[in-house]
Design a protein around this ligand. Sequence first.
Ligand SMILES: Cc1cc2nc3c(=O)[nH]c(=O)nc-3n(C[C@H](O)[C@H](O)[C@H](O)COP(=O)(O)OP(=O)(O)OC[C@H]3O[C@@H](n4cnc5c(N)ncnc54)[C@H](O)[C@@H]3O)c2cc1C
Length: 466
Amino acid sequence: MAHSIIEDGRIEGFQTGVHGDVIRPDDDDYDDARAVWNGMIDKRPTLIARCRGAADVIRAVEFARENGLRVAVRGGGHNVAGTAVCDDGIVIDLSEMRGVWVDPEERTAWVQGGATWADVDHNTQTFGLATPGGVVSKTGVAGLTLGGGIGHLRCAYGLSCDNLRSVDVVTANGRYLTASADENEELFWGLRGGGGGLGVVTGFEFDLYPVGPEVSTCFVLYPGDRADEYLHAYREYVSKAPDGVTTLSSTGVMPDEEVFPADVVDDLKVGFLGCYAGSPEDGEEALAPLRELGDPIADFSGTMAYAEFQRILDDDYPDGMRYYWKSLYLDGLTASAIDRIRYWAETAPSPLSTVDVWELGGAITDVDFDESVFAGRHAPFLFGIEANWEDPANDDVNVEWVRDCIADMRQFSDGSFYLNFPGFFEGGEAALETTFGPAYERLIALKDEYDPEGLFDLNRGAKSAD
Ligand SMILES: Cc1cc2nc3c(=O)[nH]c(=O)nc-3n(C[C@H](O)[C@H](O)[C@H](O)COP(=O)(O)OP(=O)(O)OC[C@H]3O[C@@H](n4cnc5c(N)ncnc54)[C@H](O)[C@@H]3O)c2cc1C
């Protein structure tokens, strides 16, 4: 979609028709409004429409179409690839649409399209309820859910997208639709794990479960000189753990002078993080084996408020730092894969980076493959590599480390990746085809039906045919 110069009068007319602010490059808040979580991203949109509700979103979509503007949609602004903003074009920014309405009787929550997981947890935990989100509370519900959603409750209750009852969407032609298992079913299929790109989601309706307020958690760190041994033991543990347990492993230097003894600050460590969805007593027993693998450097495990556990990693990912993350679904956690995981963790150029393995399975596999477009149900583990660094002078070395690692780790994978840890989507259509497999054609057909002119092509996921 070509960039067009828009007359001031048209923009003023647009501003009059919406309740939220329309921000332009000369406005004082323009630089704040275009900034996203990843400091690597520096894009300059022509307009940023801060929507206050579905009506504003409909007007913004119509304005974009009528003026030939490319569109980026912003939820929580946390996608590593920075797809919430664009050069030229319009950002349809939902960051002021963060309402959450809980129905404790029905055990559902209706969540606006710009909410974060902190907004959801705050409101649902008031009623002792929760839905599976992500492991950092500042991330957006929208992007995370549209890409799948793997969090601390995934093995117990599935992915975020598995727990959707319905979704309210503004499509490219400005129509406002509800998609669910009974209505616009195909659209519902494609929004659960397809990465968006089919419209702007203004509301998500989630199922809720009794969780907490206190849960048993595991957050234990072991010395990295025996990383292989601990990761082998982790694989064994996961194969026997009950579905209420959800864990991940993280290998890296992870410096933090306040919490670690000074003599291990710059050493490699292997961490295990997770929780148990159920009574804290049962959880303590279920998580105990992970805490007894050896002599830990530090063990922060224990019973804590679920909402607090959801925030436990928040400070590790400050806004504006530099990030480049990629992923692959693993066929298994074999001895050779573990060997390479350790190698890549040891060679990280930045001490803030980690190499992670997310346990999958459990409730994720209770959902039929063709019930949603989400692509990772076949895999026992997700491999994720996070380069996190501060100095722009180190951009190349960090990006290269991640790319080399992914190229190497492909030997343990069918090549499919998690849409929410995508690097900068370098693989293009071919990578998406590999990831979605036979479902890709069905997703393209959906894209052609709902967005034939590619208004939302800047989003992740399938592009229109054109
Ligand atoms: C610190 C951190 C921790 C993370 N932890 C996890 C985790 O535990 N589990 C996990 O699964 N993922 C995790 N992620 C990845 C996360 O799921 C993605 O970054 C996701 O895209 C974030 O969603 P967002 O709404 O914040 O992002 P945005 O950048 O706002 O949006 C991401 C994409 O979705 C589109 N989009 C956003 N809102 C809408 C909408 N309302 N309608 C239609 N399209 C929309 C955007 O256009 C963009 O293409 C994490 C990311 C970060 C940065």
